[in-house]
Ligand binder design. Sequence first.
Ligand code: 13P
Length: 253
Amino acid sequence: MVNKRTPIIAGNWKMNKTPKEARELAQALVPLVAGVKDREVVLAPPFTALSAVAEAINKTNIALAAQNLHWEDKGAFTGEISAEMLLDSGCRYVIIGHSERRQYFGETDETVNKRTRKALSKGLRAIICVGETLAEREASKVNEIIGRQLAGGLAGVTAADMQSVVIAYEPVWAIGTGKTATPEQANDVHHFIREQIKALYGPETAGALRIQYGGSVTPENVSTLMAMSDIDGALVGGASLKPESFAALVKFT
Ligand code: 13P
């Protein structure tokens, strides 16, 4: 079967770049990826740089993402940010449940679920991150962990809403470590994710779902990852912080 899913390459800038630096990076990127039509390009700067990047990528083929959102609409939630604020800043996507949030900021499958449902109800597309730690992999618990993260994170999400969901598989042990999962290791988990989605939503939704890989993706290894049957994109940290390397990733062949 021909894979008709549009590849999606997203740069997660994490806690890097002031608004000025972010604007410059985005401005440098725009001409480098301007001709790219057959794949989606997404940038996720920190909150303070969203507006600057939105301006820089206005009317281009690059979409804007935030790195988190809160599930309430407004109110006394110091330090949080709402879906409406993100939409107003020009976001089309939001990353939810990144492993760094799960590890350091108490994110759970339940809070991932609340954020996901809020994002989708407001018309934001959700990039939901799942992934196992090294200890979990060594204990042969990959499927158990990923299955739980998917079922928990997607509870109450309808098949119609799944059209606005991207799943990012990011093995924790591969993030920022230079240790990429082998294309086969990654594809095995991607295949498992698609099977889980099939069980939850049926073959049509599963077939259309885009699953990104994340964890030490570079211009050097992106092509072999993207050649795998169930890998539909990349969620890139370190290599997204320089215009040339991110553009090279976007233009993988
Ligand atoms: P690195 O590409 O720096 O390993 O980060 C991956 C990641 O966490 C993207 O969300």
